[in-house]
Ligand binder design. Structure first.
Ligand SMILES: Cc1cc2nc3c(=O)[nH]c(=O)nc-3n(C[C@H](O)[C@H](O)[C@H](O)COP(=O)(O)OP(=O)(O)OC[C@H]3O[C@@H](n4cnc5c(N)ncnc54)[C@H](O)[C@@H]3O)c2cc1C
Length: 222
């Protein structure tokens, strides 16, 4: 099934990410952490869907996305940056993805935070963030998506990691040396989502530190 939605609003989150708002169709249901293929109703783009994750709560009246724009790709996200309210998009049924297996450590790289937005917001509503920690890696401080929201979430411990030296945040990458001494392999689940080879690399590092594979939850294909 597909759903045609009209864009209600588009706002800047960070310099290269946008918050898109739609009205959620009543028959569109999903689990926190799930994604859809989103395509634009523009000539040349109707068959060019890309996967994006809903960041709003499944019961909210609105359906929200946070999308990173890659002008250098000459792809859909460059088009998304130029969308105007009133334009239409098409969504597939939801699929995937990272679902909540219990409290633990959420390790995200850049836009890989999006499935965790949904999961952590849902936990925040239930006041169920005790034992949850967000390790969020970015190139620089200005890339941190929704920083204030994370810092204000009661019970959530935050560690922002950047590649920029001297900004007060621990330096990346989030590798075995970084994780050793910072995480307790015997406690909680470990959720990983990020671009490129990050998921595989962090999964291997966690396993090497003694985290059993059944406590590692990943989102593939970024
Ligand atoms: C399940 C899932 C959920 C996701 N959810 C989100 C989300 O909520 N928010 C979000 O921001 N992202 C999300 N992503 C990632 C998102 O899907 C991609 O960032 C997006 O598809 C990129 O689309 P694009 O059209 O800009 O570029 P692409 O489709 O990656 O590429 C378009 C063209 O650019 C070329 N290209 C690719 N890389 C480069 C490069 N480095 N330099 C030059 N050219 C290049 C490609 O060859 C291709 O021809 C998700 C991914 C998955 C798998």
């Amino acid at each position: 099934m597909s759903y045609r939605l009209e864009l209600q609003g588009i706002e800047t989150v960070t310099h290269d990410t946008r918050h898109l708002r739609f009205v959620r169709p009543k028959d569109f249901t999903f689990e926190p952490g799930q994604a859809v293929e989103l395509s634009l109703c523009r000539d040349g783009w109707r068959d060019e869907g890309r996967p994006f994750t809903m960041v709003s709560h499944p019961e909210d009246a609105m359906l929200d996305f946070v999308i990173k724009i890659y002008p250098e790709h000459d792809g859909e996200t460059e088009q998304i940056a130029t969308l105007e309210p009133g334009e239409e998009v098409e969504l597939t049924d939801p699929f995937g993805a990272v679902t909540d297996h219990g409290p633990g450590t959420f390790i995200a790289g850049g836009a890989g935070i999006t499935p965790f937005i949904a999961l952590l917001r849902t936990r925040a509503r239930k006041q169920a963030l005790d034992g949850c920690r967000l390790i969020f890696a970015n190139k620089a401080e200005e890339d941190i998506i929704l920083r204030e929201e994370w810092e204000e979430m009661e019970g959530l411990e935050t560690v922002f990691v950047t590649d920029a030296e001297g900004d007060g945040h621990p330096d990346g990458p989030v590798d075995r040396a970084f994780l050793e001494g910072r995480v307790d392999p015997s406690e909680g689940h470990f959720y990983i989502c990020g671009p490129g080879g990050m998921v595989d690399a962090v999964r291997d590092d966690l396993k090497a530190l003694g985290v059993p594979p059944d406590r590692i939850v990943t989102e593939e294909g970024w």
